[in-house]
Design a protein around this ligand. Structure first.
Ligand code: ZN
Length: 316
């Protein structure tokens, strides 16, 4: 690697990327990746420069056997220096388990659509806000340093109810912050967002709770608009993004549906625009190996891994 292409990892990144493949990706694949391969995968993601990873989800093993090794995965992630270890939790019991396992941050998905909320966590939106309040109280008592993010899922559309009114999204977002969450964010869980909608909704979110309370844009690439939606959120002022290596994910009931926006492509876009991510694309591509070993034959998405870096590319 010559000096013009070397990653500038010393400076503070302009863009913060949270890798969510080990949670969002693995939960949407019916097969289970062996625990040892998951650990190798996390190590490789960290080696590529990722400093925040959503490593697992504390949900009943009965419902999601793919993530039954949650506590062991968190324990491994905690050995990786400087890594912010994030776990998703649906309820108080999961939150307690995640805090006891040592997660630095927990993320609670709160559905803006009543239909999705009931299907996903079997709670109404009001019950979910109450859930946030209870989890904040527990955190204050047993793990005061743990950060709590209450992200708004299906914020841009819902496969069950279709259009989700923007007023519903903004009122839920305001309610979770009022309930004590440290930050919130907007998630296009179903890959239905478009860039104009992304700009409008983030602008409204900033106005409702203040820019410092709005964390990441969480975009899915179901219809190929994931990257465009991330750029729209960037232009509106968002600097934190969730993405998944190789766009891992999909839906067992929708053949061909891909997962989150692809980490490799997202890093390439920002670095090519002159914005530092702190992430090495060649090492990201190497981090696909444990994924291939652990889930043989699983489709991997992303154009950068196929095409390679453009001639003359240099890191920001
Ligand atoms: Zn997602």
């Amino acid at each position: 690697m010559n000096s013009t292409s070397a990653l500038n990892s010393a400076a503070k990144p302009d863009i913060h990327i949270c890798e969510v493949g080990p949670r969002d990706g693995l939960q949407s694949i019916a097969r289970t990746m062996p625990t040892e391969d998951k650990k190798r995968w996390l190590t490789a993601l960290h080696a590529a420069g990722l400093r925040e990873i959503e490593v697992t989800s504390f949900v009943p093993a009965k419902l999601m056997p793919q993530l039954a090794d949650a506590a062991e995965i968190v324990a491994h992630a905690l050995t990786l220096p400087g890594l912010q270890v994030v776990a998703l939790v649906p309820n108080l019991k999961g939150a307690e388990a995640a805090m006891k396992a040592g997660a630095h941050k927990i993320t609670l998905p709160c559905s803006a659509s009543e239909a999705h909320s009931k299907a996903n966590v079997r709670m109404t939106r009001e019950q979910m806000v109450e859930n946030v309040r209870n989890i904040v109280a527990l955190r204050n008592e047993i793990a005061p340093k743990v950060q709590i993010e209450a992200g708004i899922s299906v914020a841009f559309g819902c496969t069950l109810q279709g259009i989700v009114p923007e007023d519903d999204v903004i009122s839920l977002l305001s309610d979770v912050i009022a309930a004590g969450a440290d930050e919130t964010g907007l998630a296009d869980t179903t890959g239905m967002a478009n860039p104009a909608q992304v700009r409008r909704l983030f602008r409204r979110a900033f106005a409702a709770v203040g820019k410092d309370k709005v964390g990441a844009a969480h975009m899915h690439n179901t219809r190929g608009l994931g990257i465009a939606n991330c750029l729209a959120a960037y232009e509106e002022g968002i600097r934190a993004f969730d993405s998944s290596l190789a766009g891992l994910g999909g839906c067992p009931h929708a053949p061909g549906a891909s997962g989150n926006v692809v980490t490799e492509d997202l890093v390439l876009m920002f670095e090519a625009m002159g914005l530092r991510t702190g992430i090495d694309i060649a090492k990201l591509i190497l981090a696909r190996e444990p994924l291939k070993t652990g889930l043989p034959g699983e489709p991997l998405y992303g154009m950068t891994a196929e095409a390679g870096l453009p001639l003359g590319f240099s890191y920001a």
